[in-house]
Design a protein around this ligand. Structure first.
Ligand SMILES: [Zn+2]
Ligand SMILES: [Zn+2]
Length: 318
């Protein structure tokens, strides 16, 4: 299962009653942050999420409302004695943008790894003290815990959407292990998905495991126009977090001009992508009460919820 906290739901600029859109995922005690606008660390304090265990930060694009909070947050993480590295993922140009943004940080007690515009899926393994990359069966990614994918979006600056697939390990079957004459000493390792050589013989996870089981899919799309490639990318998500910068259908022209979406357009994507649930966020500062426009989305995709700062959701395996 995976824990989701909407740290903020605003677009453009931080408001007194609405922080900028940013989402925190927690898996086995470790964290992935998506976007970090000005004030994101204040929201973390308000909603008591903690920040020391953030191992990965996914940046959608370089507009201030998604990235200006980064120097402050990284600095605070350094002051809390963090030593494990932090990996930052984002569009082309990330290295250059970060080198400017982080100029004011004289020293950080941890390393920063940068992944620019990942074309391939990123396989993550959860360890006690961090989310790690590598040691993955690259052909299927089956022994990874989380697979992160990205998609190029259509915004006024290079922008990436993200999806997170949380793998669910197949059931461990002791009868199968016995039948395959697998020594008990290596049951646990095989159960974790590792290939083990023991007494000169190779043992594989499928010698002790049952059928594959469906994991959890979460997708995150902001900021963009509703392009066709999003439909495939988000397909069958358990939760689709999407920008709804404008609630009123009358603002469609503004949405087209500023490369954003209306609630209705986000709902159309949710419907076409056959997702389970749509969660709207990134509301324009001009919208005081996003709930007022909920009907514009519901009409097209009934299972829509309007995000609010501090909203928490727990996604479980089915
Ligand atoms: Zn934005
Ligand atoms: Zn933007």
């Amino acid at each position: 299962m995976i824990d989701i906290t909407l740290l903020g739901t605003g677009g453009g600029m931080p408001m007194v009653n609405r922080y900028l859109s940013s989402t925190l995922l927690t898996y086995k005690g470790r964290k992935i942050l998506i976007d970090c606008g000005e004030g994101t660390q204040v929201a973390m304090r308000k909603f008591k999420t903690g920040f020391k265990s953030i191992d990965i930060i996914c940046i959608s694009h370089f507009h201030g409302d998604h990235i200006f909070g980064l120097p402050g947050l990284l600095s605070t993480m350094g002051n809390s004695d963090r030593t494990e590295p932090v990996t930052i993922i984002g569009p082309y140009g990330l290295k250059k943008v970060l080198s400017g943004l982080l100029l004011s940080l004289a020293y950080l007690p941890y390393d920063i790894y940068i992944i620019e515009n990942p074309n391939e899926p990123i396989y993550i393994k959860a360890r006690k003290s961090s989310l790690e990359f590598g040691e993955i069966d690259a052909s299927s990614g089956s022994n990874s815990d989380i697979i992160i994918r990205s998609l190029e979006l259509d915004h006024s600056s290079p922008c990436l959407g993200y999806s997170f697939y949380v793998n669910r390990m197949p059931k461990f079957l002791p009868e199968k292990a016995r039948l395959n004459e697998v020594p008990k000493e290596i049951w646990k390792s095989l159960q974790r998905g590792e290939i083990i050589e023991y007494n000169g013989k190779e043992y594989f996870p499928d010698m002790v495991l049952g059928e594959e089981r469906r994991g959890i899919k979460l997708s995150y799309i902001t900021d963009t126009r509703p392009i066709d490639s999003i439909v495939d990318f988000i397909s069958d998500s358990d939760l689709f977090i999407c920008e709804g910068t404008y609630g009123d259908n009358e603002d469609l022209e503004k949405a087209i001009k500023n490369k954003h979406m209306t609630f209705e357009e986000a709902a159309e994507l949710a419907y076409k992508g056959r997702v389970e649930e749509l969660l709207l966020t990134h509301f324009s500062p001009s919208i005081e009460e996003p709930e007022v426009f909920k009907e514009n989305a519901i009409r097209i995709f009934p299972n829509t919820i309007i995000g609010y700062d501090g909203m928490k959701k727990l996604l479980n395996y089915k």
